[in-house]
Design a protein around this ligand. Structure first.
Ligand code: NAD
Length: 338
């Protein structure tokens, strides 16, 4: 029976990498009935909302979605569709594995995971002009969210055979908000004595990610630090074309790349679909389709190892279509041949 999965193509390079990813999932032999829903600026022009209610309802109903990036206007305009979707559906854990692929510069051997609190912090949307010329953003930190994200990180570490969780904070300066998050994480850590606990201030964590990323293991942190450190992590493994992500809640999960809509290359046909393909691998494993996920991952490794087909972000000349065809062929090749 086919899985029914909500598909949000997004905008910019979204539809290009989404189509590629659908082909890859199909090559892996997983039958999916994609329920397509649109969000973003074009939808806002038609309906008045960039994230109409039927999109949210569809994710809630199907419980799983694959999503392309959606552009957010800067310094005004509508609120981020991405943030709104995560908050509305309470997709509280943003999981971003940072893992090197063969033959991709810079050649560090990185294998770490960022678990980012996805619903509050400075993304709570609590901003106001308190006086002319004085703006205020409120960083919201609650005991409930800080505890559940830490609990998620420790459980994730155990389920994925990782021995260390590092809590990243700035509690030396934000003694109340980051202090609360740190206290909660320490309390959670006591319940998981088999996982080694690390603590690091966010600026030191940024430096450590560059010099010795694997030392951090599973890094758990609040919303903004997690967002910034994810892009730093992408830089360590070849760029934003590589790094996948999952937004997980108790009711639903939305899988999307770390990267945005890349307006500078949109419509040109050379976006790298790897990040969304790897997000789809996370989605397949979430659905229990481990064999298909493993097949795609093996084929990706194979294509990168061969070094013959690579997209422009990684110094090659392949189009999105060339890369996708090579990947699908590697997935479909019998294993002995691959
Ligand atoms: P971006 O990630 O879109 O692009 C940054 C750089 O990385 C660009 O040079 C781009 O060409 C390159 N890049 C990104 N993905 C790539 C890929 N798959 N293949 C090859 N090159 C790739 O970041 P930005 O330019 O800061 O943001 C553009 C828009 O995307 C903004 O409106 C932002 O709000 C939005 N955004 C959305 C999401 C999301 O939907 N989850 C995430 C981040 C940013």
């Amino acid at each position: 029976m086919a899985y029914r999965i909500t598909l949000i193509p997004g905008d910019g390079i979204g539809p290009e990498v989404v189509t590629a990813t659908q082909d890859v999932v199909s090559a892996a032999g997983v039958a999916v009935d994609w329920e397509v829903h649109h969000a973003g600026i074009e939808v806002a022009k038609l309906t008045g909302s960039p994230l109409p209610l039927p999109v949210i309802d569809a994710v809630r109903k199907n419980r799983v979605a694959l999503k392309g990036p959606v552009t957010t206007p800067i310094g005004g305009g509508f609120r981020s569709v991405n943030v709104t979707l995560r908050q509305t559906l309470d997709l509280y854990a943003n999981v971003r594995p940072i893992r090197s692929l063969p033959n991709v510069e810079p050649r560090f051997d990185v294998d770490m995971v960022i678990v980012r609190e996805n619903t509050e912090g400075l993304y709570a949307g609590l901003e106001l002009m308190i006086l002319p010329g004085v703006a205020q953003s409120i960083k919201l930190t609650t005991e409930r969210s800080s505890t559940r994200i830490a609990e998620f990180a420790f459980r994730y570490a155990k389920q994925h055979g990782r021995s260390k969780v590092t809590i990243v904070h700035k509690a030396n300066i934000m003694k109340l908000s980051d202090g609360l998050a740190l206290d909660c994480a320490r309390r959670v850590a006591v319940r998981h004595p088999e996982v080694h606990l690390g603590e690091m201030i966010v600026d030191a964590a940024a430096m450590t990610m560059v010099r010795d990323p694997n030392k951090l293991g599973v890094l758990v942190t609040e919303n903004l630090y997690g967002d910034i450190l994810s892009d730093l992590g992408a830089g360590l493994v070849g760029g934003l074309g590589i790094v996948p992500g999952a937004n997980i809640g108790d009711e639903a999960a939305v899988f999307e790349a770390v990267h945005g809509s890349a307006p500078d290359i949109a419509g040109k046909g050379y976006a790298n679909p790897t990040a969304l393909v790897q997000s789809a691998v996370m989605m397949l494993r979430h659905l229990g389709e481990h064999e298909a996920g493993d097949r795609i991952e093996r084929a990706l490794t194979e294509v990168y190892r061969s070094g013959q087909v690579r997209t422009r972000d990684l110094g090659g000349t392949a189009s999105t279509g060339d890369f996708t065809r090579a990947l699908c062929a590697a997935i479909e090749r019998p294993r002995a041949e691959a």
